[in-house]
Design a protein around this ligand. Structure first.
Ligand SMILES: NC(=O)c1ccc[n+]([C@@H]2O[C@H](COP(=O)([O-])OP(=O)(O)OC[C@H]3O[C@@H](n4cnc5c(N)ncnc54)[C@H](O)[C@@H]3O)[C@@H](O)[C@H]2O)c1
Length: 241
């Protein structure tokens, strides 16, 4: 059985990494169309994927592009807020530029895109919104004042939206996925010692895979989670217990 058969999904930050894997999986799971959005241009071989250039910090362009998507495909059933950046540094030396850049993409970007999509979901009276948080948003992380603020912020925004968007009987669900230590380009070049130190803190004694993260996103995007809203699934191998 295909798990999101016939749905129209929109994924931000999807030219590479987790976002790209989400688009590919959604296309394979029967989505009618997956709209892939990124500041970077890319192509997808799948006939049910359309890539558009979209910067999550550009509110005017977002309004225009979301309107065009709804005009072309009639609705948006699933929104995955995945676009994210890091600009790490010790708290006492973190510049205003580092703070603003990360807040603008990871927190305000989620606000911008969700605010443009939500009215269409409200009109449909249904929808699923999943936002990428992080273990840093649950536990904090040295050198990530800006990043952890955004990743904690998306959890509380999602709880608010879970309450607000479900009024008047709308079946709009809003959840987060918080990945932990995942094998991606971000972690590829870490020294062996750092990796060993991290693994000691993970009960399941392995790094997560992109597929582990995509599985949680797919579950929250699909009707299998139809009675789950305002939640955050930590995909961390037990690192937060
Ligand atoms: N990789 C991990 O281990 C990990 C762990 C925890 C959380 N996350 C979160 O998961 C998400 C994806 O992570 P990833 O590792 O795949 O990242 P990545 O850096 O590989 O990909 C991020 C994508 O977002 C795009 N992007 C950046 N700024 C954008 C903007 N303004 N508008 C639109 N697109 C933009 C980039 O072009 C890129 O394609 C992020 O939100 C990240 O914070 C990742």
């Amino acid at each position: 059985m295909k798990r999101i058969e016939g749905k129209i999904a929109l994924v931000t930050g999807s030219a590479r990494g987790i976002g790209r894997a989400v688009v590919e999986r959604f296309a394979a799971e029967g989505a009618k169309m997956v709209i892939s959005c990124d500041v970077v241009d890319t192509t997808y071989p799948e006939s049910n994927v359309k890539h558009i250039l979209l910067n999550v910090t550009d509110r005017e362009d977002i309004k225009l592009k979301i309107k065009q998507v709804v005009e072309e495909f009639g609705r948006i059933d699933i929104l995955i807020n995945n676009a994210g950046i890091t600009k790490d540094g010790p708290f006492v030396r973190m510049s205003e530029e580092q703070w603003d850049a990360v807040i603008n993409v990871n927190l305000k970007g989620v606000f911008n895109v969700t605010q443009a999509v939500a009215p269409h979901m409200s009109r449909q009276k249904s929808g699923a919104i999943v936002t990428l948080s992080s273990i840093a948003g649950l536990m904090g992380n040295i050198g990530q004042t800006n990043y952890s603020a955004t990743k904690g912020g998306v959890i509380s925004m999602s709880k608010t939206w879970a309450k607000e968007l479900a009024r008047k009987g709308a079946q709009i669900r809003v959840n987060c996925v918080a990945p932990g230590f995942i094998q991606t380009s971000m972690t590829h070049d870490l020294p062996e010692k750092v990796i060993e130190g991290m693994l000691e803190r993970i009960p399941l004694k392995r790094m997560g895979t992109v597929e582990d993260v995509v599985n949680a996103i797919l579950f929250l995007a699909s009707d299998e989670s139809s009675f789950i809203t305002g939640e955050t699934i930590a995909v961390t191998g037990g690192m937060v217990i």
